[in-house]
Write a protein that binds this ligand. Structure first.
Ligand SMILES: *Cc1c(COP(=O)(O)O)cnc(C)c1O
Length: 375
């Protein structure tokens, strides 16, 4: 008798699709037998990794036979100073993805109805459904909204919050839309949410958000005990391959997360590299400068070519291709450029394109220009 193992899984897991990552360069190399491929698909830092972080990793190689410091003492000290919080307010994770999963595991059950926005980061529904909960997807703002097309509708999200929510997820800036909430709007939201419901503000792209009116929610932790802020070393810090991120919260929430995390969830290379990366703010500044020039260039050129790039506060741009984007995705692949399809987000006409180096951006625009000519 054959057993249907899918039926044995949690109902929420039965309905899940796996996270769809950007196509790895090595895979396209194998498929097309070409080299010189560029990947503008996963919002990685096109400048690579800070030289200081690389040097720290080389030093850490000697210690690989030992378990890492399970408490992440040194890294927490540095992060505490950076954010003016206590080390007890920090939860380190194997990428910020890990802390998002820990939050779901610790706070959700089958009765929970965590609130998130349409076009939110795909990990929120995955992590919450895997914990048995039923996500409440709140309609995003319309695509013709003047400042935040497809962005979070905070009023509607607030209306969706009740005692079953437990967790509310807000990405600022949001991926894949690039939309950004102002300080006033986010503060008003935090003031209005019932204090027994936890609000997770995911600041994975915060380093890139240059607008003066952009909030650093970590400064509000004392005021809002139900606030959790997540950060990552994967994006501006250029350490996506190492997997390290963290949550900032009140100490009680951090204590809860600490009870269920894997004891050694952040490896020793990642700890060493993250510490050193924090000391290299010149690298972050350069990354942001290259990004903002690239974003301006790409937005202008994409519009020129007849596409519709959305405003973005991150290191990527969501582009309305004006027709099903699959054809453009495939055509770009053949020229050795990997972008990101977002049909799984309900956006079949859009591509998400990571801002690259100046040369990479020019190559992308050149390819799109040629493809436009050949129809
Ligand atoms: C990339 C990203 C993350 C970070 O993921 P890591 O697990 O830290 O690599 C978190 N949130 C959003 C919205 C992202 O786009």
């Amino acid at each position: 008798m054959s057993i249907d193992f899918t039926r044995l899984a949690l109902p929420g897991v039965q309905d899940l699709q796996p996270y769809q990552p950007g196509k790895p360069i090595s895979e396209l190399e194998r498929e097309l037998g070409i080299s010189n491929i560029i990947k503008l698909a996963s919002n990685e830092n096109p400048l690579g990794t800070s030289a200081k972080a690389l040097a720290a990793m080389a030093d850490a190689v000697d210690q690989l036979c030992l378990y890492p410091d399970a408490s992440g003492y040194q890294l927490k000290q540095k992060l505490a100073a950076k954010h003016t919080v206590k080390p007890e307010q920090i939860t380190l994770g194997n990428g910020s993805n890990d802390v998002l999963v820990l939050l779901a595991e610790a706070f959700l059950c089958v009765q929970s109805r965590p609130v998130m926005s349409q076009y939110c980061f795909a990990v929120y529904p995955i992590a919450t459904q895997a914990a048995g909960a039923t996500p409440v997807m709140v309609d995003a703002l319309p695509k013709n909204h003047p400042s935040m097309p497809l962005g979070h509708d905070l009023e509607a999200m607030l209306a969706a919050v009740d005692e079953h929510s437990k967790l509310v997820f807000i990405a600022n800036p949001n991926n894949p839309t690039g939309s950004q909430l102002s300080s006033d709007d986010l503060r008003n939201f935090l003031q209005s949410v019932p204090p027994g419901q936890i609000v997770v503000v995911d600041e994975a792209y915060t380093e890139y958000a240059s607008d003066d009116n952009y909030p650093d929610a970590s400064q509000w932790l004392d005021e809002f005990p139900n606030l959790v802020v997540t950060r990552t070393f994967s994006k501006a810090y250029g350490l996506a391959g190492l997997r390290v991120g963290y949550a900032l919260s009140n100490p009680e929430i951090a204590d809860i997360l600490n009870r269920i995390r894997q004891p050694f969830n952040v490896n020793s290379m990642a700890l060493a590299a993250a510490e050193a990366a924090l000391d290299d703010q010149a690298f972050i500044q350069l990354s942001c400068d290259v990004n903002s020039a690239g974003l301006d260039y790409l937005s202008a050129e994409l519009s020129q070519l007849g596409f519709t790039p959305l405003p973005s506060a991150g290191n990527f741009v969501l582009v309305d291709m004006g027709e099903p984007a699959e054809r453009w995705y495939q055509a770009l692949l053949k020229t050795g450029i990997i972008t990101r399809r977002v049909a799984n987000y309900g956006l079949p006409d859009h591509l998400r394109i990571t801002i690259g180096t100046e040369a990479q951006n020019q190559r992308l625009i050149g390819s799109l220009h040629d493809l436009r000519q050949t129809g």
